[in-house]
Design a binder for this molecule. Structure first.
Ligand code: MOS
Length: 729
């Protein structure tokens, strides 16, 4: 790997391999863990500024049409009611499509059932809810709504850039020794973070403070400023703890804008929390998809062509569409390739990013199709995948920065006992359960994003790390602290990490699995600068400065770090920017999933009995939090394979199962022992930490290992996710 790389003196790659304490990578606990499990970590809704009023969102009860009347006279004079906000007063600048993922709102034009149309503010939450329910809403429904992405009259767009051809796919398909032509469907899904979206807004003159639950604060501040028509410099957002986001908190949501507008108007802080049903209907969802996959292979199972044609849905006018083929572009070879991407414009709640947008559902199709090809060719599914790993990116003709997919498949196979896989359905039994094994590749594009951080060495010899980066339950506090402790030779508990405040240097936010690599690299750069200054003060060259366990090691003497800081604290700003290598090399994290399922002969019930993941994602920054990310991703995989499905009513697009009772996330009894292993990998081309994103890797392909195992157990090929009982019996 990367033989052509020349290291120069300023190069900060590989520094973490030469620290005294080797803290980076260690499975250290989250420093904020005890606060979270004891209820002392403060989440957005728990901020209680003095004199705070409560807001409740009012939402459209039709799917398409116009709001004629709110009927606010009914609630005027109701005890406690402080204001009703709608139309222009509700959202000054309803910039459709540009407000990153914030659903259409505030306009009197209704585009989906559940769209926020007003806010009621009162002294107490109960009063606000009562008044919100008492409004006399009148609508003028329009008949031209589209609710079914597959219906005849639905408008379908095919963006030119996403219709791509390489070589001659039709010829490759016609000439192939083996072909697969299968259509897979995946349902809409809900991000379903545990903490509902909530905001508390408070003004002090021109200055707005917002306590919110968001993933990407530097962008969220700009979105909020745009919505309010004010200077972003006048907004401060706090989000020190975020109870999960999975993409639904990437962009500013209606409750934040509404709270800010109402608070300004009534001259008091305003707090709004979405109900669970509002989170389901009024934030974002993952689009359903229909994916036709065609594979063409020669007699040895080597792909000569592939086609991936998808249809997803979105509200009219919204820019985002699930990039279904994201992994297909780089994962397997085959000279002739075809992509089609259609967006059906429907009046359903806004589609947006949900954990691993693209790979999470695209790989359900591709990894299932590869299993079909393995069966057709009689080649072992692992061997088939290994035969189809291209030397260079098959479309861009650039090298891979690193790719240990084959190693992950082999490592996982060995640990899992793949050699015991039943040769045919029904061969392995456990009482009334038929047992099957399945495998799938894991792959997620590696993305990095500009990041800044400040690191300060105090005169007490402690360190403080500061950035507006968020920790959405992923381990940012843990990882940034251990990188700084490692670089500065401090015990971990002597580094304080402060996050989630837009007054701090702008981080990359938590999204696209880029957070740890990008913000960690900024912290590393800041530490390098701090060390340089300390070395200067001590009259040493930077390389000659050895720090360990809170001491400076000088000529075999240990001097407490604090004793060397008489001239005052040292503070430095670190900056990370994705380099040219992010374009010149195909970068992705890889892995392999293995699942053992039992399918009940009598009831058709499916149980995942074992699951194992073997991953290579560059340097692992904290083995414990990385493992947790992968386990969480694989639990998502169980959900997408077996239980999760947002059901839209075809008459009006509304979500039928809009709460956690009816939307079936896997619960403890659905989740077996999950084993996660990491292969040692360093990638010099991703970032100074040599790491890759890991937050979304564990979901990308996971569900296909389960449906492939079902096929192995009972011979039923699942092409419509999730694999509910009706599809198995
Ligand atoms: Mo992620 S879907 O970029 O939070």
């Amino acid at each position: 790997m990367s033989k052509e790389l020349v290291m120069d003196a300023a190069d900060t790659r590989r520094l973490l391999d030469h620290t005294a304490q080797h803290l980076t990578g260690a499975p250290l606990d989250r420093p904020e863990g005890p606060l979270k499990v004891s209820g002392r970590a403060t989440y957005a809704h728990e901020y209680a500024p003095e004199n705070c009023a409560y807001g409740v969102l009012v939402r459209a009860t039709i799917a398409k049409g116009r709001l004629l009347l709110l009927g606010e006279d009914v609630v005027r004079g109701v005890p406690g009611v402080l204001g009703v906000f709608s139309g222009d007063r509700f959202l000054r600048n309803p910039a459709q499509g540009t407000a990153n993922q914030a659903p259409v709102q505030g306009a009197e034009q209704i585009e989906y059932l559940g769209q926020p149309i007003a806010l009621v503010v009162a002294e107490t939450f109960e009063q606000a809810r009562h008044a919100a329910q008492s409004l006399d809403l009148r609508f003028a429904p329009e008949e031209d709504g589209a609710f079914d992405p597959e219906a005849e009259g639905t408008t379908v767009e095919a963006p030119e850039k996403k219709q791509q051809d390489f070589g001659d796919f039709d010829a490759a398909f016609a000439d192939a020794a083996f072909t697969i032509d299968a259509t897979y469907t995946t349902p809409a899904q809900s991000n379903a973070p545990m903490e509902p979206h909530a905001s508390v807004a408070s003004w002090d003159g021109e200055k707005l403070t917002l306590w919110g639950s968001y993933q990407m604060l530097k962008y969220n501040r700009n979105e909020l400023a745009d919505s309010l028509g004010i200077d972003p410099a006048n907004i401060r957002i706090h989000a020190p703890y975020v109870g999960g986001g999975f993409g639904s908190k990437l962009g500013i949501a209606p409750e934040a804008v509404a709270a800010a507008i109402a608070a300004r108007d009534i001259g008091r802080p305003v707090k709004i929390a979405m109900s669970r049903q509002q989170v389901f209907e009024t934030t974002v969802r993952r689009s359903e998809s229909r994916q036709r996959v065609r594979l063409a292979a020669d007699k040895d199972g080597v792909l000569t062509g592939l086609a991936h044609e998808a249809r997803v849905s979105q509200l009219p006018g919204e820019a985002f569409s699930e990039p279904v083929a994201q992994a297909t572009h780089f994962l397997y070879g085959g000279a002739s390739r075809r992509y089609r991407h259609e967006i059906a414009r429907v009046n359903r709640p806004c589609a947006g990013s949900m954990r691993a947008p693209g790979e999470a559902i695209g790989m359900l199709a591709i990894e299932n199709a590869m299993d079909e090809l393995a069966e057709a060719t009689g080649i072992d599914p692992i061997e088939l995948r290994k035969r189809n790993l291209p030397d260079r990116h098959p479309e861009q003709d650039i090298p891979y920065s690193s790719r240990m997919l084959a190693e992950c498949l082999d490592d996982g196979a060995r640990r899992f006992g793949w050699d015991k896989r039943p040769a045919r359905p029904g061969e392995m039994r456990d009482g009334e359960w038929r047992i099957g094994y399945g495998v799938a590749s894991a792959a997620r594009k590696n993305i990095t994003s500009p990041a800044e951080a400040r690191v300060t060495l105090t005169t007490e010899g402690d360190a403080v790390v500061e950035t507006d980066m968020t920790d959405i339950g992923t381990g940012t506090y843990a990882v940034l602290g251990q990188i700084a402790a490692d670089m500065l030779g401090l015990p971990r508990e002597r580094v304080r990490v402060i996050l989630g405040d837009t007054e701090l240097p702008p981080g990359p936010g938590s999204g696209g699995s880029w957070g740890a690599s990008s913000s960690g690299s900024a912290v590393l750069e800041a530490c390098v600068a701090v060390k340089r200054e300390l070395a200067d003060r001590l009259g040493l060259v930077a390389d000659g400065l050895v720090l360990s366990d809170g001491d400076v090691i000088l000529d075999n003497r240990r001097i407490p770090l604090a004793d060397t800081l008489g001239a005052g604290p040292i503070s430095a700003h670190g900056v990370f920017k994705p380099g040219k290598t992010s374009k010149e090399y195909a970068q992705a994290a890889y892995g392999a999933f293995f699942a053992e399922v039992g399918v009940n002969d009598v009831t058709g019930e499916v149980r995942v009995r074992r699951m194992l993941g073997s991953f290579a994602a560059g340097r692992i920054l904290n083995e414990k939090t990385a493992r947790s990310q992968c386990i969480g991703g694989m639990v998502f995989g169980i959900g997408s394979a077996l239980t999760e499905e947002l059901v839209h009513d075809l008459r009006d697009g509304h979500i039928v199962n809009r709460d956690l009772a009816e939307y079936h996330l896997p619960v403890n009894l659905d989740v077996p022992q999950i084993d996660v292993h990491f292969l040692e990998e360093r990638d010099d081309l991703t970032c100074p930490l040599q790491s890759k994103g890991i937050g979304e890797l564990g979901i990308s392909g996971a569900g296909a290992a389960i449906t492939n195992a079902i096929r192995n157990a009972i011979g039923v090929r699942i092409r419509s996710y999730p694999a509910t009982l009706d599809k198995l019996l």
